[in-house]
Ligand binder design. Structure first.
Ligand SMILES: C[S@@+](CC[C@H](N)C(=O)[O-])C[C@H]1O[C@@H](n2cnc3c(N)ncnc32)[C@H](O)[C@@H]1O
Length: 203
């Protein structure tokens, strides 16, 4: 079960030793701020895990933040780190593919290194439908996956790698590409992982 995989990861590994760890989610915060959405805009971080993006968004002044993850332990690590500030965030344990979102619930949907684990067309389609429902018209989906020249696995699981154009094409029925960016992420063990970020606007 994939849930167990992620629970095991967060129960057994130090959060700052996992390959995707960032001391600050700089690119994500900048891209979110650059959408020009207000600080009150509803933002969801899909597959948030123990990411410090939520801390960074609070520090940047955003007030309506939801963190969703399959792993309760991943989110628990963030709550522990944030202490009292954790109360300002809505925490949601669940699978992005089956969580019931309200229509137009969010202005910004952020996902770093989650969508690329969906390796079947059926899963990818289901994800896009979830994002299309949950993001308001004029809102944004910011999706970061391993790039076409990135690793073939993440956390021991196979991933689908995307060029920015390939990634945008998967979302093209509902979203228009407005910006792309490449990033070379240095893992705690010192290797480089190429990412592509796409900023997509909901039609
Ligand atoms: C590689 S980690 C990235 C974590 C975080 N986004 C970051 O950048 O630090 C992938 C995360 O996605 C979560 N995840 C994987 N599949 C998921 C799904 N179907 N629904 C919700 N969360 C999922 C995992 O538990 C894990 O926290």
């Amino acid at each position: 079960m994939v849930e167990n995989h992620w629970e095991d990861v967060y129960r057994t590994k130090a959060v700052d030793r996992v390959s995707w760890f960032q001391t600050k989610a700089e690119t994500s915060v900048r891209l979110i701020a650059d959408t020009g959405m207000s600080h009150e805009a509803a933002i969801i971080d899909v597959g948030s895990g123990a990411s410090r993006l939520v801390d960074n968004l609070l520090a940047a002044g955003f007030t309506d933040i939801t963190a969703l993850d399959l792993s309760e332990s991943g989110l628990a690590a963030s709550k522990k780190r944030l202490k009292a500030k954790a109360e300002a965030i809505s925490w949601l344990v669940g699978d992005v593919l089956t969580t019931e979102f309200a229509t137009a619930q969010f202005s910004i949907w952020h996902d770093r290194a989650v969508f690329h684990f969906l390796v079947t067309e059926e899963q990818q389609r289901a994800y896009v439908e979830q994002a299309a429902k949950a993001v308001e018209q004029g809102g944004y989906a910011i999706i970061a996956t391993f790039a076409e020249d990135g690793p073939e696995k993440c956390s021991g699981l196979p991933v689908q790698r995307y060029s920015a154009q390939q990634l945008a094409a998967v979302f093209a029925d509902y979203f228009t590409l407005v910006h792309t960016e490449r990033e070379s992420h240095r893992t705690p063990s010192g290797s480089e992982q190429k990412f592509n970020y796409c900023v997509l606007r909901r039609n």
